[in-house]
Write a protein that binds this ligand. Structure first.
Ligand code: 1GP
Length: 247
């Protein structure tokens, strides 16, 4: 690989017309063989970009970032679970504000600590209003973030929260049921949020099949994030990518 780096992922990828698909790589979920296989299949499927990160990690993230860099030319976006996952070997960082929660560290505290490093590296940041949506059992991100998920049936709270995020300057809203969620974010919640915001809408967590991808896309998701399902059924990314890009 040429180790190409990308600039302006937000303008060149996220807000361009059409729906997009991203593969989230959790470093702890892979051994070298499965990681390389996933990178190869997702690259072949023509996904829009990779994401890397997790709410909790037992392995260092840098080794995985290096492997992704060495084996694909697709852009890599950091989805940092915490400050220890910051890296300057990515193309962009989702600068997450956990607006569904009320933990000040995840609304401003961590950002203050990270800001000088991010500014020094010059890496693109994508200010993201991150909303954890509860759809069943408690997920790792809910526990680790020390916040309560926004209940999946409370569409009015979700709409108000997303509007607040946009008014505060977030350039992307991410509705996440959490990695490995029993159920994805409900279509009705996605569509109500989409109707009420002007920034792109990213949806992930618990999406495991074609029907769930179609529901999310039909409800207004601009960007679909897949993680867990591809750890088990990696080849599925070819079909999933086709569905999303067919819109
Ligand atoms: C988690 O939305 C991502 O933050 C991906 O979730 O692993 O359940 O696909 P899954």
């Amino acid at each position: 690989m040429t180790n190409q780096t990308y600039s302006n992922i937000y303008n060149k990828i996220i807000i361009k017309p059409g729906k997009k698909i991203s593969v989230l790589i959790d470093p702890d979920k892979h051994h070298e063989g499965s990681l390389l296989h996933l990178i190869e299949m997702a690259t072949r499927a023509g996904i829009d970009f990779f994401m890397v990160g997790s709410s909790i990690l037992l392995k260092p993230i840098n080794k995985t970032i290096k492997k992704i860099r060495e084996n694909t030319d697709l852009p890599l976006v950091l989805f940092p679970g915490n400050l220890l996952q910051l890296s300057d070997h990515v193309d962009a960082i989702l600068l997450l504000s956990l607006i569904s929660g009320r933990n000040p560290e995840l609304l401003i505290g961590n950002h203050v600590i990270a800001a000088p490093f991010i500014k020094m590296t010059g890496i693109e940041t994508i200010p993201t209003g991150y909303m954890i949506i509860g759809t069943g059992r408690k997920t790792s991100v809910e526990y680790i973030s020390n916040t309560s998920a926004l209940p999946g049936e409370k569409t009015d709270i979700a709409v108000a929260t997303a509007i607040a995020g946009e008014l505060l300057g977030q350039k992307l809203i991410y509705l996440d049921a959490g990695s490995g969620a029993l159920h994805p974010v409900p279509g009705q919640l996605i569509s109500r949020v989409k109707e009420n915001i002007g920034v792109p809408l990213m949806v992930g967590g618990g999406i495991r099949n074609e029907d769930q991808i179609i529901t999310a896309c039909n409800s207004g998701a601009d960007l679909i994030v897949l993680g867990n399902i591809l750890e088990e059924k990696t080849e599925k990314i070819i079909e999933f990518s086709k569905i999303v890009h067919g819109y």
